[in-house]
Design a protein around this ligand. Structure first.
Ligand code: ATP
Length: 372
């Protein structure tokens, strides 16, 4: 790696201005410990503050600047708090708009139990591969409009979009990931009712399974999956599914593994990737220094891993692994935020992770926690 990567920094709403800077500090510490060039951070407005100041939650200059970045950290948005005129306009929410504009077609959402964190299950380690550009969030795939229609005040229609190229792309990513992990892909579908849409998913999964003889394929109905995930989460490795199902199941998996605030997430396209934690803006706890920064921190680690793979840069991969290890070590030492039974504030927890990364020998060689 010759120069530092250029990364955007979008605080967003609610707890975003607390957890995004925390993740940024951790990235800086990890890269410094790994001997990598420092990131060139680009601060950009997004969310309610951007709406008030620039008239849009995702102003055009933000989009233009992001196009010149390698990736970015994005906080959550609280579009429910935006003025009624904006909500009535039918515009995509900022996260959806970013996924649409930059073609961030795949959302990886790992959930695993971590040392020292009380979980609802004994052990689990899975990754949800969520097709991110269409499915039942049809607004993501429309050139114009939201995919929702209201012919009369008492009738709402919603379009689901399932294209073979998008399905194939998600399925191939899932199989490639499973081949590097424990070798199992679970397709979550609803082909018993939606024969055509999920017929495509089944066909693509069976084709991919033929190309990956070392990966087992199982198929589970969405409703059955909700129950199975609660009862036996340890049995799943890579779960691949459409947009809305993936959104739902990854929140469930995150909560089972500890708490929603622990879950990382990266939205990846061919040229850009966005680290954005799985949780929302949590306005109920915003500004109190109690938000759990782990979800955003491990999302940033996933972004480093994505950049490392894209640019064949083992130093970035090592920095990503070091962040994961530092988070685990801090949690194992009993330092945790209150949502997972601890007493540390956001800043105190972040300090502990940064200290751990800055300790001699912290930037261990990449150990390859696949998908994490
Ligand atoms: P959205 O619609 O934006 O996804 P939501 O209200 O459905 O938002 P969250 O904002 O994620 O969901 O919050 C759900 C609950 O989880 C809230 O009670 C919130 O306090 C808690 N929560 C979410 N993220 C965190 C976090 N990082 N740290 C601590 N608690 C969190």
């Amino acid at each position: 790696m010759t120069g530092g990567r250029r990364l955007g920094c979008l605080l967003g709403d609610g707890i975003g201005p607390e957890v995004v800077p925390a993740a940024r500090r951790v990235v800086d510490a990890a890269l410094s410990a790994a001997g990598a060039p420092a990131v060139e951070w680009v601060d950009l407005p997004m969310g309610a503050a951007a709406l008030a100041e620039h008239g849009a939650p995702l102003p055009a200059p933000t989009l233009e600047a992001l196009a010149g970045c390698d990736g970015w950290l994005a906080g959550p948005h609280d579009s429910e708090s935006y003025p009624p005129q904006w909500r009535a306009s039918g515009q995509r929410v900022p996260g959806g708009e970013l996924r649409h504009v930059f073609g961030l077609h795949t959302n990886l959402r790992p959930s695993r139990t971590r040392p020292g964190v009380p979980a609802r299950v004994p052990a689990m380690d899975l990754v949800v591969v969520r097709e991110n550009s269409e499915g039942f969030y049809a607004d993501r795939n429309m050139a114009v409009g939201s995919g929702e229609f209201m012919p009369t005040p008492d009738l709402a229609l919603v379009v689901g979009v399932f294209s073979r190229p998008a399905v194939r792309r998600a399925v191939r990513q899932a199989f490639a990931l499973a081949a590097r992990r424990r070798g199992q892909v679970t397709l979550v579908h609803k082909a018993n009712v939606l024969h055509l849409a999920f017929g495509l998913w089944l066909e693509e999964c069976r084709a991919a399974a033929r190309e990956h003889p070392g990966v087992r394929l199982e198929t589970v109905l969405f409703d059955a999956m909700a129950a199975r995930l609660v009862r036996h989460p340890e049995r799943f490795d890579v779960v691949v599914t459409e947009n809305l199902f993936g959104d739902t199941l990854s929140d469930l998996a995150g909560e089972l593994a500890g708490a929603l605030g622990m879950s990382g997430s990266v939205n990846a396209g061919d040229r850009h990737a966005m680290a954005q934690a799985a949780h929302g803006s949590a306005p109920d706890i915003a500004g109190q220094d109690v938000a759990n920064p782990v979800g955003m921190v491990v999302s940033a680690a996933m972004l480093l891993a994505w950049l490392g793979e894209r640019h064949a840069d083992p130093v970035l991969a090592a920095a990503s692994s070091a962040v994961e290890q530092a988070v685990d070590a801090v949690l194992a030492s009993g330092v945790a935020t209150r949502d997972v039974g601890g007493t540390a504030g956001t800043a105190e927890f972040t300090d502990a992770v940064v200290d751990r990364l800055s300790a001699p020998g912290a930037a261990a060689p990449a150990v390859g926690r696949p998908g994490a």
